[in-house]
Design a protein around this ligand. Structure first.
Ligand SMILES: Nc1ncnc2c1ncn2[C@@H]1O[C@H](COP(=O)(O)OP(=O)(O)OP(=O)(O)O)[C@@H](O)[C@H]1O
Ligand SMILES: [Mg+2]
Length: 515
């Protein structure tokens, strides 16, 4: 740059200007001249020199004034004072005003002068570069800061969203954790026999959104059937939410069913969705519906009508798309008659009632249930081998009345497996004994892990299945005797011997369906 740099000479003496011009042009610089400070400022504006050589004493405007004015323009162009006065004071004044260097004239040390000029130009170039670089940096920092600020704002928003989702997940987790125990998903034993009609009804109603009311004694499998309805409906990928209406304290019921907003009441430290909201797009199972307190009955009715819920302490209505299955082991009609259950709610819930018969009315399912539970409990209890049934065990189990239904049977088998000592057989002798336990001759044999049913036990099961298929009929076309390829009298005497009841007794529950 120095070779093509433009130098402005400001001096009132023409001779000096000429000498300097020659000297500078020899060094390769281009030169502009001005005869006093005023002209110097004009030339500065017009020519934009890279360096100014300024005399001090000049007419019109002296050097110091010109330097002061230049400084006002906050220019980076370096000024070197070239003066004949040579007093220290002048040198100090001019440096204080912003001159970069001071040279005494006439210039005798040409080489030294050349060095001063080059060094000054180089320094100015570096300073300019430095300034540009700094400005560039500042611009970059500004841009990055702006980007970071935007990113930070976005992160803040995302964080809020994430923590909202986290709250929701934590809420779900708490809920699912407490519900984990009750997930069933088991196969339904007896679906081709004692529960055939129930299963047919399940198949009819599952694809619809109609409310279903499950009726049946305790332990008959109402929850199992509720599960079956949900998992064979189009809502199967949605949630299946269970509410035990009798198990939630009345004071918590509202918040449990409908949820609450943060701060809705003392202790509501975070927002919570109620079970209705969680069941959205799925099924809600209202177990023991007969236990629902009067106030909650009103609210439930409102949800059924409006298909909307409101959280406790909330102000907005939240639409919910749910299928309602309710269950009771009480005689709900009596409860309605006595005024403890609202009739309008009962009508809404009782759209499609399914009655699940007690186990004593479908004894044909007992052998399969027994084997199912022995298999399952053997696995659950991690027993080394599957226990075998002793003589007459099945008969005793089939003959017993099972007031606690399938649950009682399940518990009995679990208890028997736990209490069994030294690999003994399961005999269930403490159950009310069958009519004639001595007549069974069949022997159970176990080889390795495989067990073989005693022949009589097999026969009982087989005959019961045939009876079920024949709807209890023995004689004639489609009767049990024809199915089994036996003479009806032979079948009757076999049934007598094995203690199998006649007629439609085992199907009695079907008549109760008209409930
Ligand atoms: N048909 C079935 N096949 C296999 N297991 C069954 C069957 N029915 C019931 N169970 C089992 O019996 C137990 C009781 O069933 P469930 O809880 O469904 O009865 P419930 O009618 O809801 O009783 P409660 O009225 O006391 O609530 C459960 O462990 C269930 O898995
Ligand atoms: Mg239940």
């Amino acid at each position: 740059m120095s070779q093509s740099a433009k130098v402005l000479i400001v001096d009132d003496e023409e001779l000096i200007r000429m000498n300097l011009r020659m000297l500078l042009e020899d060094l390769g610089y281009s030169v502009v001249e001005a005869a006093n400070g005023r002209e110097g400022l004009d030339a500065f504006d017009r020519e934009g020199p890279d360096l100014i050589l300024a005399d001090l004493r000049m007419p019109v405007m002296d050097g110091l004034s010109m330097i002061a004015r230049l400084r006002e323009k906050s220019t980076e162009t370096p000024v070197i004072v070239v003066s004949g006065t040579g007093t220290v004071q002048h040198a100090i004044d001019s440096l204080r005003l912003g001159a970069w260097d001071y040279v005494i004239k006439p210039v005798e040390d040409v080489k030294g002068f050349e060095v001063v000029i080059e060094r000054t130009l180089e320094k100015a170039r570096l300073m300019k570069e430095n300034r540009l670089y700094r400005e560039h940096l500042e611009e970059m920092v500004r841009e990055r800061t702006e980007e970071l600020r935007k990113a930070h704002d976005e992160l803040k928003l995302r964080h809020q969203e994430v923590s909202r989702l986290k709250d929701m997940l934590a809420d779900d987790n708490r809920y699912l954790f407490s519900e984990l125990r009750s997930v069933s998903g088991d196969e339904i034993i007896g679906s081709d026999f004692g529960l055939k009609t129930v299963i047919e009804m399940v198949q009819q109603v599952a694809p619809l959104d109609s409310p279903v009311l499950l009726l049946g004694e305790t332990g008959t499998g109402k929850e199992v059937i509720a599960n079956a309805i949900h998992y064979s409906s189009r809502r199967k990928d949605g949630p299946f939410i269970k509410v035990n209406c009798g198990a939630i304290p009345e004071t918590l019921l509202d918040s449990e069913l409908f949820g609450h907003e943060k701060g809705a009441f003392t202790g509501a430290i975070s927002q919570k969705r109620g079970r209705f909201e969680r069941a959205n797009k799925g099924t809600i199972f209202l177990d023991e519906i007969g236990e629902l307190p009067a106030q909650a009955q009103v609210r439930l009715l409102r949800v059924l009508q409006s298909k909307e819920i409101e959280r406790v302490g909330g102000t907005t209505s939240i639409p919910v798309d749910i299928r309602i299955i309710s269950a009771t082991n009480r005689n709900l009609q009596e409860t309605v008659a006595s005024g403890r259950f609202r009739e309008d709610l009962w009508f809404r819930l009782n759209v499609f009632p399914i009655m699940i018969p007690p186990l004593r009315q479908r004894r044909e399912d007992i052998p399969s249930l027994v084997h199912h539970f022995i298999d399952r409990k053997t696995k659950e209890l991690k027993l080394r081998e599957r226990p075998v049934l002793g003589h007459g065990a099945i008969d005793r189990l089939v003959a017993y009345d099972w007031p606690g239904n399938v649950r009682e049977l399940e518990n009995l088998i679990e208890r028997a497996l736990i209490q069994r000592r030294g690999g003994g057989m399961l005999s269930f002798e403490t159950l009310s004994a069958p009519q004639d336990p001595g007549r069974h001759e069949g022997k159970r044999e176990a080889r390795g892990n495989r067990t073989v049913l005693p022949l009589d036990e097999m026969t009982v099961q087989h005959i019961r299945q045939a009876l079920e298929m024949a709807g209890g009929k023995i004689n004639g076309p489609g009767g049990a005797a024809q199915i089994l390829g036996l003479n009806p009298n032979t079948l009757r005497s076999r049934m007598n011997k094995l203690g199998i009841s006649f007629g439609r007794k085992s199907l009695k529950w079907r008549l109760n369906m008209e409930y």
